[in-house]
Write a protein that binds this ligand. Structure first.
Ligand code: ZN
Length: 98
């Protein structure tokens, strides 16, 4: 599945403040980030690739009896990490399942 910008996502984002929206629209890459685990250090080109990488991190953490608190986040043009909308999160895991 190819993840592309669609109008449903835009609608969700339009409910947010303009500054966030402007930053969000510059998101071209994604990364995996958690408060405890930190960032994975990889710029993923698709939300699905980030989800796959996150799954691997979760498996690795489980294998040593822990868990990963990372989640998939967008990287804005200025380098700021942005939380994804529910739809984007859903797309990430849908892409992962295919
Ligand atoms: Zn990653």
């Amino acid at each position: 599945m190819k993840n592309t910008w669609n109008s449903d996502k835009v609608e969700v984002i339009e409910q947010r403040n303009a500054e966030y929206k402007a930053a969000y629209e510059t998101v071209k890459t994604y990364t995996c980030s958690g408060d405890v685990r930190g960032e994975c250090g990889v710029k993923h080109r698709t939300v699905g690739a980030a989800a796959r990488h996150l799954s691997k991190d979760q498996r690795d953490c489980r294998s040593i009896g822990g868990y990963s608190d990372r989640r998939v986040v967008g990287i804005a043009a200025d380098g700021e990490l942005l939380n994804l909308s529910q739809d984007d999160q859903h797309d990430a895991w849908s892409a992962e399942a295919e």
